[in-house]
Design a binder for this molecule. Structure first.
Ligand SMILES: Cc1ncc(COP(=O)(O)O)c(C=O)c1O
Length: 474
């Protein structure tokens, strides 16, 4: 029987570089153009085509069971991958995932097919569920974002994307003719939601920091006053970690004549939704303000081995969405049917262990370490920006993709970012900085090759390209 398994990846101790050629000579990478300044575009290589290195499923031989050959093969594959994941965990800076957790106490969960299908608050006929944990987690977040138990509804989602899909859908069900407003730095899931729900969506300009430009919002709101507004407010943007000024957004809506019953605000707090409440000077996300839903990812600041998230919505809106499902003996107001029953237990476990105080300490540590990284990058002449109250350090894109891949940096155009999460220690940052400094001395040893200008992306005061270094860093 034909087997499609390839073993190439299994032999690798280090991750391959981006560009490679498949066995039949095809280039397995995809490319796209991206804008790096007002008038410059560069070609960016997207990821690899996984078909060239995937682990095909090998049909078991008739006597596999007897010889144990199959078990040995499977164990070998997993052992090699585990080694690889350990190495990749050590060199991770680009995505907002807290990789520091220990869920050994939950090992036994793998024996149960936990599924919270249906509404978290209405027990379905399927008994192997974790609703008790789920509602405990929801109550914890409801308390954090200041909404009474009887006034909220929510559920543990599959992540920030599902939270956005749910928040925007709820807004659309409340205002069927509403227009979605989102800054252009919003996560791609927001624009996907608009396409999925065939909603009119208006993109709002951003400031250099990545924050929504409320002057531009005002112009667009005034042009469309006849229709209700559904707003996506970023509590931390993906690329620059910018926090939209929620109070100014609300003020702008009011100023443009939108009464509170004519707008719906969804707060996308994928990462920062769990950070801002612990920062004294931060603008607060609270249901005491006229907001309608908040979402956060669970695998980000909390840290979890599987993607998950939390969605909290004003209970009064849920009737617009919810349908009775007889065979479940529950209601359907979630995006998916079957829902991960393991995730709520992982969240419950960490929230119970760390508590509000534990998170507060970690948030402060991350912000301190982010500032340290920013200062050190600046000292060695790297263009760098760090928004206030943010742990997302934005800097010039390293020149070679191998380095980008080694540290798993997320890049957009000529900028890259490192997100300083609780597992990113100073020791790790020092290793990264030393490697970067060494690489830069090679990249820029010829006068003909100098760091790119990133003023367009991060502001000229943060840009250390030859032109701006001279004019602004005198
Ligand atoms: C601002 C923002 N919203 C939503 C998401 C999507 O979250 P998830 O990856 O948990 O689906 C992200 C992911 O990074 C994000 O940065």
């Amino acid at each position: 029987m034909a087997s499609y398994a390839t073993t190439s990846l299994l032999e690798l101790e280090v991750v391959p570089t981006v560009a490679y050629t498949s066995n039949d000579g095809d280039d397995c990478t995809a490319k796209k153009m991206t804008k790096t300044s007002e008038d410059e575009e560069i070609e960016i290589t997207l990821g690899q085509n996984m078909h060239a290195s995937c682990l095909g499923i090998k049909e078991p031989e008739a006597n596999d069971k007897v010889t144990g050959e199959k078990e040995a093969y499977l164990a070998g594959v997993l052992a090699r991958y585990k080694k690889r994941w350990i190495e990749r965990t050590q060199h991770h800076l680009g995505y907002p995932f807290n990789l520091d957790f220990d869920y050994g106490a939950l090992d036994e969960l793998q024996h149960f097919s936990l599924n919270n299908l249906g509404d978290p608050f209405i027990e379905s006929n399927y008994g192997v569920h974790s609703r008790d944990f789920e509602v405990g987690v929801l109550d914890w977040f409801a308390h954090l974002w200041e909404i009474e138990k009887e006034e909220y509804w929510g559920y543990v989602t599959n992540g920030g994307t599902e939270g956005n899909l749910h928040g925007i859908l709820t807004g659309r069900e409340v205002f069927s003719d509403g227009i979605l407003y989102a800054s252009k730095d919003s996560h791609y899931s927001v624009f996907k939601a608009a396409r999925m729900y065939r909603m009119e969506c208006i993109e709002i300009e951003t400031l250099v920091s990545g924050e929504i430009d409320c002057l531009n919002l005002k112009i667009k709101l005034l042009q469309n006053q006849s229709k209700p507004a559904i707003l996506n407010v970023n509590i931390g943007t993906t690329v620059k970690g910018a926090i939209d000024d929620l109070d100014l957004v609300i003020h702008t809506l009011e100023e443009c004549g939108y009464a509170h019953n004519r707008f719906y605000i969804h707060c996308d707090g994928a990462l920062f939704g769990l950070m801002l409440p612990f920062l004294n000077k931060a603008p607060q996300v609270t249901f005491k303000k006229p907001i309608d839903s908040v979402s956060v990812s669970g695998h980000k600041f909390v840290g979890c081995p599987m993607p998950c998230g939390v969605q909290i919505v004003r209970r009064k809106h849920i009737s617009a969405l919810s349908r009775n499902i007889e065979y479940l003996v529950s209601m359907d107001a979630t995006i998916t049917g079957s829902r991960n029953g393991h995730a709520p237990i992982f969240l419950w476990y960490t929230l119970s262990r760390k508590g509000y105080h534990g998170f507060q300490k970690e948030v402060r540590m991350c912000l301190d370490n982010a500032l340290y990284l920013k200062d050190r990058l600046s000292e060695v002449g790297v263009s760098v920006m760090l928004n206030e109250l943010s742990n997302t350090v934005v800097f010039e894109r390293p020149q070679d993709e191998e380095f980008v891949q080694r540290w798993q940096l997320a890049c957009q155009g000529n900028i890259a970012h490192a997100v300083v999460m609780p597992n990113v220690t100073r020791e790790k940052l020092n290793i990264f900085l030393d490697e970067l400094v060494e690489k830069r001395s090679k990249w820029f040893k010829d006068v003909g090759n100098q760091p790119s200008c990133v003023a367009f992306m991060i502001g000229k005061e943060n840009c250390a390209c030859p032109l701006h270094k001279i004019t602004t860093h005198k």
